[in-house]
Structure formats: C-alpha cells, structure tokens
Design a binder for this molecule. Structure first.
Ligand code: AMP
Length: 286
C-alpha cells in the first residue's frame, strides 16, 4: 500500500478528490470525518492539513503528497516535484495599503513590518532584494494586520485579488507563482513504488489533459475534405471514416481544444457538415 497525503480541507481538497475520482480512483472514505480512505488497490489516502504535507512526505509518513507549491517552498524540505497539477493556481505576493503610496519593493521603508504566514519565503525574498524588514508571523488573515497596526506590508496568497481590494491593499510584487503539485521525498529509493507513482501521475495527467479537449465528430461532403482538414487539425489530423451507403459524405473524428469548439463548429457548418457531435473525453494519453 502506498500512502498519498491529500489536503483535508480548503481549495485544494475538493479539486484533488475530484481529480482522483475522474482518474478512476474513487476515494472511499470510512465515515465523514475519516482520516484515511482507500484509493484503488495499491493506494491509500491520508487526509491532513495542506501545510503539513511537505513534512509528512519528507519524513516518509506518506509516499507522496498533493499540496501547493507555496507550501512546498516554504517548508524548505527535500522534496521532488513529480507533476504540476495545474489547479489551486495563485501567487504569493507582497501587498501594501493603498494609502501608503508604495508601488514597488524599493519604496518599502527599511525596517518595515511584514505580516505573513510565509516567514521563510518572505525573509528570502527581501534578503535577495537587499531590503531590511521585520517579519511579523501570522497564521492566516494577514490582510487584517495593517488595519490592526501590527504591520505595514503583507506577503499573502492572491488568487482573484478581491481579498486585497476589499481590505484597501494592492499588489507590489510577486514572490512566487503557485499551483497544486504532486511531491515525493527527494531521497526515495524504492524502484517499485516509484513505478507505481509514475503510473499514478500519468493517470492524473491524462485526466487533466482531457479536460481541455473535446472529441468532435461530423459528417462532411467528401469533396470538402481538404478544407475540413485545415479546420480540424486534431492530435494527428482527423480520422476519416467511410459511411456505409453514403458515397457523398465521410465521417471525420478529431480531438480539438475545448476553447476552439465554438469556432470549429461554425467553420464546419460553413463546409456543409452535418450530424456534428461534440463529447467530453475522460482521459487522453497522446
Ligand atoms: P482572492 O481574494 O481570490 O485573491 O483570494 C485570496 C485569499 O484566498 C487569501 O486569503 C489567500 O490566503 C486565499 N487563497 C487564494 N488562493 C489560494 C490557494 N491556492 N491556496 C490557499 N489559499 C488561497
């Protein structure tokens, strides 16, 4: 059994759970507040705080974990990233109050108090910028610190930016771009578990890849095939299939980016395509 540490709550938890389910690894929890769950035949999930996952994986309490790149970097543990899973995208940013007039890091005064739950990354960022600051550690809600008079500046995660805006703060610089990562201990040695985890990563990535693509089928006049090929590049060009009892039309199948379906359908219609069908893809392994 390989143990995978998954976030027990918050933004990453729901998306991680959905990703495993879509990859055919349904998380079968033992009760609502279960700390462990079965995850297929060879994996077991343990649900812990996203902040603790780097530690658990580095110490070998879990064979792999899914958590934010921000937390991996802050932990400073010896971890190897197997995959960027793309969800939970955010940035760790330096932000100042609107009335401070600060628009760049250089104008943050020496000795400024910086509230953050990322003390290590914050120290490293300001040290690299040759700025002397004082870190005020908080465990969350850093955006309140300037209003309480305990800090002048904050370093916090930003996604849409609305939390900063409603608190009268604005971004000054980006410390780190983050998203959910699958991590393992850098010093792992077991070849068998490495293979199983590589297979798991491949399965998760096939689901992520499939989400951005659609499978498109249409019947088109044989005489328009050259034009259809230009509209439907697909992964390796469209598959063209003869239709029984129809000499004039052929069926074309192709994998197309979801974001381009609307345009492609319009162009196919102008080429007299009929019976256009667009479906989701569960997994895609090119
Ligand atoms: P937003 O208002 O969308 O910019 O979100 C900012 C708030 O959500 C801050 O309190 C952040 O700490 C938190 N947040 C945003 N994105 C993430 C993330 N990917 N992981 C954890 N917390 C996040």
């Amino acid at each position: 059994m390989l143990r995978i540490a998954l976030p027990n709550k918050g933004r990453l938890a729901d998306e991680a759970r959905e990703l495993f389910t879509d990859a055919g690894l349904d998380i079968r929890a033992r009760g609502e507040r279960a700390l462990t769950a079965s995850l297929g035949d060879i994996f077991e999930a343990i649900f812990v705080r996203a902040q603790d996952i780097p530690e658990f994986v580095a110490d070998g309490a879990a064979d792999a974990g899914i958590t934010g790149a921000d937390l991996v970097a802050e932990s400073d543990r010896e971890l190897e990233t197997l995959a960027d899973l793309g969800f939970g995208r955010c940035r760790l940013a330096v932000a100042a109050t609107d009335e401070s007039g600060i628009v760049e890091v250089r104008s943050i005064p020496a000795g400024a108090r910086v509230a953050t739950s990322f003390p290590r990354l914050t120290q490293a960022f300001f040290a690299a910028a040759n700025q002397r600051i004082e870190v005020v550690p908080v465990s969350g809600a850093a955006e309140i610190a300037p209003h309480l008079g305990i800090a002048d500046v904050i370093v916090d995660l930003v996604s849409t930016g609305s939390t900063l805006r409603v608190n009268g703060l604005h971004e000054v610089a980006t410390v780190l771009e983050s998203s959910a990562r699958m991590v393992v201990a850098a010093n792992r040695t077991c070849a068998e578990s490495a293979r199983a985890l590589d297979d798991l990563v491949a399965a998760l990535q096939s689901v992520l890849r499939a989400r951005t693509q659609r499978y498109l089928m249409a019947n088109v006049p044989r005489s328009r095939l050259a034009d259809v090929r230009r509209v439907l590049p697909g992964l390796n060009g469209p598959t063209v299939v003869d239709i029984m009892n129809s000499g004039r039309h052929v069926a074309v199948h192709a994998v197309v980016p979801a974001a381009e379906v609307y345009r492609i359908v319009g162009e196919l219609k102008s080429l007299e395509a009929e019976g256009i069908l667009v479906t989701r893809i569960e997994r895609l392994m090119p």
